[in-house]
Design a protein around this ligand. Structure first.
Ligand SMILES: *[C@@H]1O[C@H](CO)[C@@H](O)[C@H](O)[C@H]1NC(C)=O
Length: 383
């Protein structure tokens, strides 16, 4: 009975005891240095990383952007397997308008004068007849090119190019594209364009983007885009591919910061993995229909290879804000208050006089006038 009462009393005791800290001064160079050094580390983190790198005192907003493009250039082709012809934008940019991207035709396989009639299917297991019973009239293979008939047709020679190299529109490397990009940071009411207002129209007529000499010019040569992405244009032109034009609008809108400018970078987006060379590149088929002289509908089938340029705009803007400043200041101060813990741990575990420090560190005041129960140090006295 008395024991449980005693226990309960001591429980209540520790629950309602008030703990207060007293200052213990340790005149030891080791602990002192460690303490200051840890403080310095925390300060460096707060100033260097939180303030300078992270700019944690800023409010942020994400970019809203719109892009239009205009490709320029023309080509003349005169190869043995195609009729000589001129190519302009309306021929090689397919479709004429698309969102945040443009496709430039660089290579093709043309099948002219196609009409709806009987023709041999590509040889494959479901179309190769061993004997007559194999061929079911009217059967259509979803992966085939039409319905089977019972009439055998001698194979035609396809009028497509057999070798894709070199690319038909190799000249496309010299085409240029004008990229017009407008952005908004709605929270800060900031509107900007990638064509700075101080640029003259005479400069725009002749300039070409170059990272060193013309970093503000919004006109890019396709070859430069591809080579900045680490690719060879003529290689990529043969089977096509996808290339990213990445515009980074990360901005510091505080008045002391540098003015906000877009940063361009380029990278290939489709995976060109040399160990997996199966179905790489970018191609699609389209047809141009016309009426043949005999009145029948005919078409020119084009298997188009080309490079799709995708324009990816991203960015965050930051500007000094009082709320993030207070929040991050609080977090930094909390870090500073951890420093004495590190010094305490070092003092109580790693030092020779740790037992002495331990005795002084924690003291239980039993009674108001029982001052003797508090062990008092001699040289390391407390106030
Ligand atoms: C692109 O232009 C350069 C310089 O005008 C020229 O030397 C080069 O032959 C052109 N490229 C092609 C594929 O015609």
């Amino acid at each position: 009975m008395s024991r449980s009462a005693g226990c309960c009393q001591s429980c209540l005791h520790s629950l309602f005891d008030y703990e207060t800290s007293k200052t213990l001064v340790i005149p030891n160079l080791g602990v002192g240095c460690l303490f200051r050094f840890t403080q310095l580390l925390v300060l460096l983190y707060v100033v260097g990383y939180v303030c300078v790198v992270q700019k944690a005192y800023q409010e942020t907003d994400s970019v809203i952007s719109t892009v239009t493009t205009k490709v320029k250039g023309f080509a003349y082709t005169n190869t043995s397997d195609m009729e000589p012809r001129f190519w302009d934008v309306a021929d090689y940019v397919i479709p004429p308008q698309s969102v945040n991207s443009f496709f430039v035709l660089t290579n093709m396989a043309i099948t002219p004068h196609q009409k709806q009639s009987r023709c041999p299917e590509f040889p494959n297991p479901s179309t190769t007849c061993v004997d007559d019973c194999d061929c079911i009239e009217g059967y259509n293979n979803p992966r085939g090119h039409g319905r089977l008939t019972l009439i055998t047709i001698p194979p035609l020679s396809f009028l497509t190019r057999l070798s894709l190299r070199p690319a038909v529109l190799a000249v496309a490397e010299n085409f240029t594209v004008l990229i017009k990009n407008s952005i908004t940071y709605p929270k800060f009411n900031v509107h900007k364009r990638n064509i700075p207002s101080q640029i003259r129209s005479s400069y725009l007529k002749r300039c070409e983007f170059n990272r060193k000499t013309d970093p503000d010019c919004p006109i890019f040569r396709l070859k430069d885009i591809v080579s900045e992405a680490g690719e060879e244009f003529q290689d990529m032109a043969v089977k096509g591919g996808i290339l990213g034009i990445i515009i980074d609008w990360s901005c510091d809108l505080d008045w002391w910061a540098r003015p906000c400018k877009p940063k361009y970078s380029f990278r290939r987006l489709d995976n060109k993995n040399p160990s997996n060379n199966l179905v790489t590149g970018l191609n699609f088929r389209f047809a141009k229909y016309y009426q043949a002289p005999d009145g029948e509908e005919a078409r020119t089938l084009i298997k188009a290879y080309g490079i799709r340029f995708e324009i990816i705009v991203f960015g965050t803007a930051g500007k000094f804000g009082i709320v993030p400043t207070i929040v991050n200041l609080g977090a930094s101060i909390a870090f500073l208050s951890l420093v004495p813990m590190v010094a305490d741990w070092f003092m109580l575990t790693c030092m020779k006089k740790r037992d002495l420090y331990m005795r002084h560190k924690v003291a239980y005041l039993l009674d108001d006038d029982d001052t003797e129960s508090v062990p008092m140090g001699t040289s390391y006295g407390t106030q």
